[in-house]
Design a protein around this ligand. Structure first.
Ligand code: ADP
Ligand code: MG
Length: 233
């Protein structure tokens, strides 16, 4: 059976930070292929390199050595402008702290990335309304972020991340600030988007409830990938 295409390739990537002139090896010689439609949990204790790896995959940071390929393109040596453009077109980010724009409504937050991409207003609006509905937020479109619960804000953030139809969505500890019920709801919605739309997700977590919902688990320890397992379909 044909496997889905590889959309992200991490090839022997290392990232060494400098702290007070002392090198900190945050990620060491990591290799990983992400295929279209994957739903992957990056799991490991705090400090194991999860955020470092997500930042490399998302083009927010560059490896000290090794390569990152997105959609067949080696992004390792891209100039900053080209990298920013690639992030805008191809990557959806979701952060632990939601990071919605506080002066924009839920709807405007979801429309924002499409606005930057030059999507026409009517299409932007229709698409944002549809996505918010899919994420269980119908009727809340015109609320400000501070009028929404944490779980609702994070669902707006997921709608925003997928609005521009990225190649991959990278939630970094998306449930860390949510209670277990809101966290489970968020994960179930992400999984549904994965199954129904084929959206590719790579998320980090140390929450067993989140790991349980993954279809593939990549374990990190001290900056190294120590296991990469798919669960039965
Ligand atoms: P995780 O997300 O799994 O908690 P991180 O990727 O954030 O782990 O961090 C991996 C290691 O790199 C840790 O030892 C952390 O302290 C270190 N680190 C992360 N970011 C920086 C930075 N900007 N400067 C120096 N060290 C960093
Ligand atoms: Mg982290």
């Amino acid at each position: 059976m044909d496997q889905p295409p590889v959309i992200v390739r991490v090839e022997r990537a290392s990232r060494v930070y400098q702290r007070d002139s002392i090198p900190v090896p945050a990620l060491q010689d990591a290799s990983l292929d992400i295929r279209r439609g994957d739903f992957v949990a990056l799991v490991g204790p705090s400090g194991s390199g999860k955020t470092t790896l997500l930042n490399l995959v998302g083009g927010l940071d560059r490896p000290t050595s090794g390569h990152i390929w997105i959609d067949g393109q080696d992004i390792t040596a891209l100039r900053p402008g080209a990298l920013a453009e690639l992030r805008l077109r191809k990557i959806g980010f979701v952060f632990q702290e939601y990071n919605l724009v506080p002066v924009l409504s839920a709807l405007e937050n979801v429309e924002y990335v499409m606005l930057l991409q030059g999507v026409a207003e009517g299409r932007r609006r229709t698409r944002a309304m549809g996505l918010l509905g899919e994420l269980g937020l119908a009727g809340l479109e015109h609320r400000w972020p501070n009028e929404l619960s944490g779980g609702q804000q994070q669902r707006v953030a997921v709608a925003r991340a997928i609005a521009a139809e990225p190649v991959i969505v990278l939630p970094d500890e998306p449930t860390a600030n949510l209670d277990s019920k809101a966290g489970a709801t968020l994960m179930d919605l992400m999984r549904r988007l994965n199954e129904e739309r084929g959206t590719t997700f790579v998320f980090s977590t140390h929450d067993p409830m989140v790991v349980e919902r993954a279809r593939r688990v990549v374990r990190l320890r001290d900056g190294r990938i120590e296991a990469d397992e798919r669960s039965a379909p």
